[in-house]
Design a protein around this ligand. Structure first.
Ligand SMILES: Cc1cc2nc3c(=O)[nH]c(=O)nc-3n(C[C@H](O)[C@H](O)[C@H](O)COP(=O)(O)OP(=O)(O)OC[C@H]3O[C@@H](n4cnc5c(N)ncnc54)[C@H](O)[C@@H]3O)c2cc1C
Length: 507
């Protein structure tokens, strides 16, 4: 067998340590050695507290104990995202992590709902989603996915402290054999013929050589962007927000969902953790200045701020390719789509998991590179379209940003999806990438797009029977949601950081 591949990861934020822990956990040492370089002085972005349900698959795949991770990261559960004031002022809906209607009817349920509406029903689609109802009632229990009952058809994600999650992964990766070097990269050496990266030269003079480089250096994209010159594809005409102010506040009600409230020049997040609440205002500098945005954020948070808001600047878009020569960018170094649907950590996970089977030998086979780039293109574009949908589908006209977004031209791929749904209730399906029809359905309907017609299959039930069955299902969901444990009580039992700390002090 040939020598193991020497992988060098530049960066120790969420991206760097997710990549390192996955490589070391999933690839045998005979196939690769992993070294990570990071600079404490530069630090990490440190925001990124809301996740998508896929993260559980990542954690499970690398053998993370859920309760232990949640305790260490002061994490809470997330059943979806509540969108407030998006479609119009005063509106609210939940994008839930679970189906609408009975699990075995998920493909047809919303057509039945459209028919029921046409027959006079005024029920909201989220009343038929167990995840949404549990979220509304502030309840949580782990789903029993082996059962086919109303209360088992959902998944969940986490809210966690992003800095603690990176630290947790670092501990795990180092214990499993990743070697870490502290230091600032000053220079990158390339092969004079091929242009491949050969080594990173640190300020200390130390040189770190490798066969394959993972650029997790954050927004700067030191290897893929700066060194190898991968171009930038700008999506800011559709995703106009380019700044965020983030501030933590004292712990508040531990609701099991993220809240996103549309504001005068963007939107505000609220993310409850075990020890504090994360808040932030994502805004467009075209429509508001930083001081005004900071005042607006501080006025709107519900508990006492724990410090001053921190400003982050970004552009929405991505590197034209994520793999060039012997370097793959992961995380912010590969691109950024604003955090409206908590997709950045998902993009890290999917990049790492798609890269592992495509990892090359000592030299890069272009077929592997092209396949990776193709898969990442799809991932980015699907998420891009879904995010733009939230801005496009608004009837708000009370602020310049909303008037701009409602009128803007959107990518053809999104126009097609909107028009298909508007006409017939059909949601375009695809195999690769986020999001499932459940997600599209909740944003379409939540922001006021109700299909003009529905599938002929929905006409097979008798009218009275349809209404009666839907009412019964709605009641079952609500009753079962009310029976579950309050989210904070479940956290205390399962993974409470405070109760463990208290037990430690007592013993
Ligand atoms: C406002 C905002 C909100 C967000 N919210 C969410 C969210 O809710 N959910 C979500 O999934 N994502 C969110 N994200 C994205 C998330 O924060 C990032 O995807 C995640 O933190 C990964 O960052 P990273 O590891 O790529 O980069 P960073 O955290 O910036 O890490 C970069 C690393 O590179 C190192 N480095 C850089 N240059 C050098 C050098 N010259 N020498 C040595 N080391 C170097 C640094 O030391 C650091 O270790 C948000 C992002 C922003 C901006």
């Amino acid at each position: 067998m040939s020598e193991p591949l020497d992988i060098v990861i530049l960066g120790g934020g969420t991206a760097g340590w997710m990549a390192a822990s996955a490589f070391v956990s999933l690839i045998p040492p005979s196939r690769c050695r992993v070294r990570l370089v990071e600079s404490e002085e530069i630090g990490i972005v440190g925001v990124g507290e809301a996740t998508f349900p896929e993260i559980k698959k990542f954690n499970d795949a690398i053998g993370i104990d859920e309760a232990e991770m949640m305790r260490a990261c002061k994490a809470a559960f997330k059943l979806g995202i509540e969108f407030v004031d998006w479609g119009f002022k005063g509106s609210r809906y939940i994008h839930p992590f679970g189906v609408h209607g009975p699990a075995n009817m998920a493909h047809i349920f919303h057509h039945l709902w459209v028919r029921a509406r046409q027959l006079g029903s005024s029920s909201d689609i989220e009343e038929y989603s167990f995840a949404a109802q549990a979220a509304r009632h502030g309840r949580f229990e782990l789903p029993d996915t082996h059962r086919q009952t109303v209360d088992s058809a959902y998944t969940y994600a986490y809210h966690f402290d992003a800095g603690l999650y990176s630290a947790y992964l670092r501990g795990l990766a180092e214990r499993r054999g990743v070697s870490r070097t502290e230091g600032k990269v000053q220079r990158v050496k390339q092969d004079s013929e091929t242009g491949d990266i050969r080594s990173l030269v640190l300020e200390s003079g130390e040189t770190i050589s490798g066969d394959f480089f993972i650029d997790c250096s954050g927004f700067r994209s030191l290897l893929l962007g700066e060194t190898l010159g991968a171009g930038w594809e700008d999506w800011s005409k559709w995703l106009v927000c380019d700044r965020a102010l983030a501030v933590a506040s004292e712990r508040d009600e531990l609701s099991p969902y993220t809240r996103s409230t549309a504001m005068e020049a963007g939107w505000r997040w609220r993310i409850p953790l075990q020890h504090r609440t994360g808040n932030g205002y994502v805004f467009s500098s075209r429509f508001i200045d930083e001081d005004e945005a900071a005042d607006s954020l501080l006025r709107s948070i519900e508990t006492k701020a724990l410090g001053e808001p921190r400003l982050l600047k970004f552009d929405s878009g991505r590197r034209v390719v994520n793999w060039k020569k012997n370097c793959v960018a992961v995380g912010l170094a590969s691109g950024f789509l604003e955090p409206l649907e908590s997709t950045s950590i998902y993009l890290i996970q999917i990049a790492v998991m798609q890269l592992i089977p495509l990892l090359p030998g000592k030299s890069v086979d272009p077929r592997l590179r092209d396949e990776f780039n193709r898969l990442m293109d799809l991932q980015y574009e699907r998420i891009r379209d879904f995010l733009i949908l939230h801005y496009k589908l608004t009837s708000r006209d009370d602020a310049e940003i909303w008037r701009y977004c409602a009128a803007m031209d959107v990518p053809e791929s999104l126009t097609r999806k909107i028009e298909l749904f508007r006409h017939s209730g059909i949601i375009e399906r695809y195999r690769e990438g986020l999001f499932t029809p459940i997600s599209w359905l909740s944003v379409f309907t939540g922001q006021g797009l109700i299909p003009e017609s529905y599938s002929p299959l929905a006409d097979s039930a008798q009218e009275e029977q349809l209404i009666a069955q839907m009412d019964e299902f709605r009641r079952d969901i609500r009753d079962r949601a009310e029976e579950m444990l309050p989210h904070d009580r479940f956290i205390d039992r399962y993974c409470g950081a405070q109760s463990v700390a208290a037990a430690d002090t007592q013993s």
